[in-house]
Design a protein around this ligand. Structure first.
Ligand code: FES
Ligand SMILES: [Fe+2]
Length: 453
């Protein structure tokens, strides 16, 4: 005997409900007031379906770092909410992105990362072939197909828009979507001083986190959590120390992007500038495994051996670092307060940078599950001009206990926040427009996409 499904539980009914919601004009769980965010935005399957159709299908997003595909024929696959894109290095050094499907019967043409040997993309199923630029070169036993099936334009691989900027390959699945300059372009300008395009991967790991992609990302979009979540960085500073005009300054940019222009954390009572600076660097070095790197710690340790007056220590550190970089042929960007701080590229990239190195995060949905995300972490640094590190490899998923301490602290709160969001008493999240404006700005831009497409 078969079990009868209730009418509204049938797969067809569910699919229809989702399609209706996506096609409607009402944006669900909209951010009406900037200090309140509906918890459903982080777990509702309906909201995730809206994001899938109206955000991810239309926004610019980072598919890979350009150094992942250094030579002609190298490819890497980027997956986002059920879509697969192949990013392929061309003979002339440029990059093209294709929807990853054979023009015969749709078989994916590449998986993960690899190389199309001999400059040919070959379908593993029946052996149709293309040049790296997407032009069809071979249809096996073509005489068996109708003439109209063999039109060269029709056989061409379907391309999706791509732009290489800041050492990153951005793609946009919508041929009629927004222009790059009107969206990521604003972030590109703000981040130009850090020299992201010159950076190369030191390590690259990812985690699968039990949280919505936005929760994971928002953990890195404010410094308000540092006093509680990262004791090794806060070093006992009180809230009066934090709550001053210079503690944080965010520049909210068009297109959902943002830039933190003052990244200074408060000075704990009784601590000198030099003590705070050096202890903070040590805590970050050990706690992130990323920045500062051995290079900066080497410079700092050397300086600590000298008797430098407290008010001159930070200036001396930068001077010494630039002397060292010049001697080693490392093209650091010109010193500027803009090279320390962080930025956010809508919708899902966060870059924390200092001293010619950076941590970069990308958070994206894990398939269609609104409560799971894939979180990539790149530790980057500007190498010396004649040092060209090889093609980077991605490790993971790295389990929670194997991440450096500070990331572990952040990941633990990410999981806890998702858990709390699902409790019945949770009616709204409260945000500070002063401390958490990057998060609010990102939600508001998401709502613009949901309303527009
Ligand atoms: S599916 Fe690709 S050649 Fe047949
Ligand atoms: Fe943190």
């Amino acid at each position: 005997m078969t079990t009868q499904l209730e009418p509204d539980e049938s797969p067809t009914a569910t699919a229809t409900a989702t399609a209706t919601a996506v096609a409607g004009t009402h944006t669900p769980h909209r951010v009406e007031e900037p200090f309140r965010v509906a918890p459903e935005r982080y777990y509702s399957p309906e909201f995730a379906a809206w994001e899938r159709e109206k955000l991810w299908r239309h926004c610019w997003q980072v598919a890979c770092r350009a150094e992942e595909i250094p030579r002609a024929g190298d490819f890497t696959e980027y997956e986002i909410t059920g879509q697969s894109i192949l990013v392929v290095r061309q003979d002339d050094g440029s990059v093209k992105a294709y929807f990853n499907a054979c023009r015969h019967r749709a078989t994916a043409l590449g998986a993960g990362t690899g190389e199309f040997l001999g400059g040919q993309i070959v379908c593993p199923y029946h052996g149709w072939r293309w040049k790296l630029d997407g032009e069809s070169t071979h249809v096996y036993a073509a005489k068996g197909f109708r003439k109209e099936c063999l039109d060269p334009d029709f056989l061409r691989l379907r391309e999706c828009r791509s732009v290489v900027s800041m050492g990153l390959v951005f793609v946009n699945l919508d041929p009629d979507g927004p222009e790059f300059a009107d969206t990521v372009g604003h972030f590109e300008n703000a981040l130009a001083p850090i020299g992201l395009d010159r950076m190369r991967v030191r390590w690259w790991r990812y985690a699968v986190l039990p949280a919505n992609w936005k929760i994971a990302q928002e953990a890195f979009m404010e410094a308000y959590h540092v006093q509680q979540a990262h004791p090794s960085l806060a070093m006992g500073a009180g809230d009066d120390d934090f709550d001053n005009e210079d503690a944080e300054g965010y520049e909210i940019l068009p297109g959902g992007n943002a830039h933190m222009v003052h990244a200074t954390l408060p000075l704990p009572p009784g601590m000198t500038q030099a003590e705070h600076f050096t202890r903070y660097n040590w805590a970050m070095h050990h706690g992130t495994g990323a920045y500062p790197t051995e290079r900066e710690m080497f410079v700092q340790t050397g300086l600590q051996e000298r008797k430098i007056p407290d008010d001159q220590f930070i200036g001396a550190f930068f001077q010494e670092l630039y002397n060292y970089a010049e001697g080693a042929g490392i093209p650091l960007p010109p010193p500027s307060t803009d090279t320390v701080g962080f930025g956010h590229a809508f919708p899902n990239i966060t870059v924390l940078s200092q001293y010619g190195n950076a941590l970069m995060y990308r958070s994206r949905p894990n398939g269609d599950d609104p409560e799971s995300c894939i979180f990539d972490v790149w530790a980057l640094q500007i190498p010396s001009a004649d040092d060209e590190p090889g093609r980077p490899t991605r490790e993971g998923p790295v389990p929670m206990e194997e991440w450096p301490q500070i990331l572990k602290e952040d990941f633990s709160n990410i999981a806890g926040q998702q858990k709390g969001l699902r409790t019945d008493g949770m009616d709204t999240l409260l945000l500070s427009e002063r401390y958490e404006p990057m998060i609010i700005n990102n939600h508001q831009e998401i709502d613009r996409y949901l309303g527009r497409f």
